[in-house]
Design a protein around this ligand. Structure first.
Ligand code: NZQ
Ligand code: ZN
Length: 393
């Protein structure tokens, strides 16, 4: 097992009616002025925003709000939110929504804390943030894991760049998670969310070396639980227990727990998806399932023991005539799972058909933002990235 540091400071409030406690919980944090940030309307339509506002009123917390966050959240909305938060004197940004709203809130937190700089410089790797206004969230979709992660992903609509940034400064102080709130999700978003959850553990699983018995058991248990409950939700979207399992998995899959002791993280599939998100505005989880099978078939020989272990322990594949055959069967089994929850496994199925010029542009942009190479299962360079996009067509 490799050395590691584990930091998961977010206070989690989980279960039915959890959002009713929002005001009291923020009071405990000593907060009296809040910017509520939300998306394009689902939280308004469901009445959640009203319930959260009432809870803040009940606790004597002054609040203003800003909606309109879109999936692949835009830096222009972040700048707007930062200006409003400063004018209002907000002491905390309360995200009511999913990964996009939470990430936009984290970025607003960075922007408010250092008003003398433009916030995009952080995502563009021009400077590191020194501070972030506290963020809390009422989660409405199990997917990105932003509720406990140190990451935020923002898109610059002027340049078409989608860029993530990791810093413990932005980890939410509080994550309020009521699985019932996810029952209004369209089936496609539920499935894309389950895919993203799986992927956050997969990105930590395919690494080189390390003997991680406990971490592998946690990772395997998480992935099997997510696959089982994704199928339950496909057929019975109102199933509370399945919603709850998946929601808790979303947090644990991306708060680093499932990769502790590993020799780094891969995250190449995420990098490939981020370029697709920036160029074509695709749903994150669906973009991941569209590239993962091609990524896996491109890299598995360089990480064969882990692919064999994955096939056997996670996908329940019987060992084949050779390790290569077992590994390929494991990849095919996960691909079949993606199909079974109606997720795309090629770019065409995702609804995008990049030209050769666009493929080269995405590969150059990914390689450039990653400092030339990405991946631990196999180090990928620009030409490898382009080859995987071509395979995924
Ligand atoms: O905008 P509204 O109307 O709220 O609709 C949203 C949106 O259209 C809808 N939705 C959310 N909760 C709902 C609901 N509809 C009905 N009922 C509900 N309860 O779902 C759609 C997707 O929402 P979004 O927040 O975009 O989903 P997700 O949580 O998957 O977040 C995706 C974003 O997170 C980034 C992705 O790249 C993408 O930009 N990621 C963030 C990470 C992080 N910060 O740690 C890690 C991830 O790997 C990921 O990259
Ligand atoms: Zn993700």
């Amino acid at each position: 097992m490799f050395n590691f540091e584990y930091y998961a400071p977010t206070r989690v409030i989980f279960g039915r009616d959890a959002e009713q406690r929002t005001g009291a919980l923020l009071r405990e944090l000593g907060v009296s002025r809040v910017l509520i940030h939300y998306g394009r309307g689902s939280a308004v339509k469901s009445g959640l925003l009203d319930r959260v506002s009432a809870s803040l009123d009940g606790a004597g917390i002054a609040h203003t709000s800003l909606g309109g966050v879109v999936p692949n959240p835009r830096v222009s909305k972040v700048r707007e939110g930062a200006q409003l938060a400063r004018q209002f004197g907000a002491e905390l940004i309360l995200a009511v929504g999913g990964g996009s709203v939470i990430d936009s809130s984290k970025a607003i937190g960075y922007a408010v804390a250092e008003p003398e700089h433009d916030v995009w410089e952080i995502y563009d790797r021009k400077r590191a943030p020194k501070a972030c206004l506290p963020v809390a969230c009422v989660l409405t979709i199990a997917a990105a894991g932003s509720e406990m992660s140190n990451s935020s992903v923002i898109t610059n609509e002027d340049t078409g760049e989608k860029r993530g940034y990791r810093s413990d400064l932005c980890r939410p102080k509080l994550a309020i998670m009521n699985p019932e709130l996810t029952a209004t999700l369209p089936p496609y978003q539920t499935a894309a969310g389950c895919t993203d959850i799986l992927m956050h553990t997969l990105e930590r699983y395919f690494t080189q070396g390390g003997n991680m018995e406990l971490t592998d058991q946690i990772a395997g248990g998480l992935m099997r639980t997510v696959m089982k409950n994704a199928l339950i939700l496909r057929d019975d979207p109102a199933n509370y227990d399945a919603r709850a399992e998946v929601m808790w998995a979303s947090s644990l899959s991306h708060n680093d727990l499932t990769g502790l002791g590993a020799n780094g993280m891969d995250f190449a599939s995420h990098g490939l998806e981020h370029e697709l998100g920036g160029m074509f505005d695709v749903t994150h989880g669906a973009g991941l399932s569209a590239v993962w099978p091609s990524w896996a078939r491109y890299v598995y020989r360089d990480c064969l023991p882990r692919f064999v272990k994955f096939a056997r322990d996670v996908m329940g594949v019987e060992p084949g005539a050779s390790d290569e055959e077992t590994a390929l069967q494991g990849i095919a089994a996960l691909e079949d799972f993606f199909r079974s929850i109606h997720m795309p496994v090629t770019l065409r199925e995702l609804g995008v058909e990049p030209t050769e010029e666009q493929i080269l542009a995405m590969a150059a942009s990914f390689a450039g933002s990653a400092g030339g190479k990405k991946g631990t299962a196999k180090e990928l360079y620009e030409a490898d990235m382009a080859a995987i996009y071509r395979m995924a067509l």
